[in-house]
Design a protein around this ligand. Structure first.
Ligand SMILES: [Zn+2]
Length: 91
């Protein structure tokens, strides 16, 4: 009687394992770890027109001026651009 119980226990355990293994394989989701960001240009080094230093585009400050985007390295350079270069006639 006891042996029968053990056999049943092993039997159920094996089925359980098989079922779990089956579900584990079929239920596997394809994770997209290799989804690289297409915009690698963000890492491009560009020159700041104000201070002349080079910096990565995404770390700089971008602002719109006279129909085009201007990239500078910092807020300070943006202010300087707007104050000095963009308005040379200003006193
Ligand atoms: Zn700068």
């Amino acid at each position: 009687m006891l042996i029968k119980l053990i056999v049943w226990g092993v039997f159920i355990y094996v089925i359980y394992r098989a079922l779990r293994n089956c579900l584990g394989v079929s239920g596997k989701q394809r994770t997209r770890f290799h989804g690289k960001i297409p915009g690698n240009v963000d890492n491009e080094m560009i020159k700041d027109p104000v201070c002349g230093s080079y910096f990565p585009v995404r770390q700089g400050v971008r602002f719109f001026h006279e129909g085009k985007y201007i990239h500078v390295c910092s807020q300070a350079c943006r202010d300087r651009f707007l104050n000095e270069l963009a308005a040379p006639d200003k006193e």
